[in-house]
Design a protein around this ligand. Structure first.
Ligand code: SAM
Length: 224
């Protein structure tokens, strides 16, 4: 995975490549999907959500320019894999997830990483919350990583980004987004797009509204 899917496609940050070589992807999946853990694709997890494609995890992580001790807010814990990769780099991660069952499963999986390196466990905290409005009490964050599609950069996340900090977010309609890096420069923000991607929606007060998503997907029940 690291050689063929990441390095060959231009991922060059040594800490990202080492972290993705270190963290076993299979423990973040249901046992019946473990044989697909290193496939070049996103994979299904509980609650109709996804664990992102390895290349997308690597690209988003690289765009954050992570370093040991960096304080990162992740929106969309999902399986917990992305948070584990950041922890392996040495970052301190607060990860927010709107589905309580996903947060609970991710906590259990992240705790099991203690067998690999006990320090990893202390570096990640998972909370159940609407991450579209961020986590005001922990701000400012040096990095904010949104792993779900947003219609625009949520204002609360701009406010919670430290000066010089980086925010990485898929921006655009549900049919397809642009992976976007936002760097805070005082009261201004530099934005740069890094190509197309397709993510599940960021559903919340400063993201897509659940009603809107259900209508667009012609979804009969609650969107999961
Ligand atoms: N980072 C994850 C991983 O490594 O497995 C992949 C995340 S998945 C593509 C997107 C996640 O964002 C889903 O688990 C979804 O429930 C979550 N999500 C969507 N809207 C959210 C919100 N407002 N707050 C927190 N989590 C949200």
């Amino acid at each position: 995975m690291v050689e063929r899917q990441l390095r060959a496609r231009g991922i060059s940050d040594a800490s990202v490549l080492a972290a993705m070589a270190e963290i076993p992807r299979e423990i973040f999946l249901a046992p019946e999907l473990a044989h697909d853990a290193y496939a070049d694709s996103a994979l299904p997890i509980q609650a109709g959500q996804t664990m992102s494609q390895p290349f997308m995890v690597a690209q988003m992580t690289e765009l954050l320019a992570p370093h040991p001790g960096m304080r990162i807010l992740e929106i969309g814990t999902g399986s917990g894999y992305q948070a584990a990769v950041l922890a392996a780099i040495g970052c301190s991660v607060l990860s927010l997830e709107r589905h309580p069952e996903l947060a609970a499963a991710a906590r259990t999986r992240l705790a099991s990483l203690g067998q690999l390196d006990p320090r990893l466990v202390d570096r990640v905290r998972v909370e159940v919350a609407d991450g579209s409005v961020g986590w005001r009490l922990g701000a400012p964050f040096e990095g904010i990583l949104v792993t779900a599609a947003a219609p625009r950069v949520p204002d609360p996340l701009r406010r919670q980004l430290a000066n010089g900090g980086r925010l990485v977010i898929p921006l655009g309609p549900l049919s397809g987004q642009q992976l976007t890096q936002v760097i805070r420069r005082g009261d201004g923000f530099e934005e740069r797009a890094f190509g197309g991607c397709v993510f599940v929606p960021l559903i919340g007060a400063a993201g897509y509204k659940e009603e809107e998503v259900r209508r667009m997907h012609r979804w009969p029940g609650p969107f999961r």
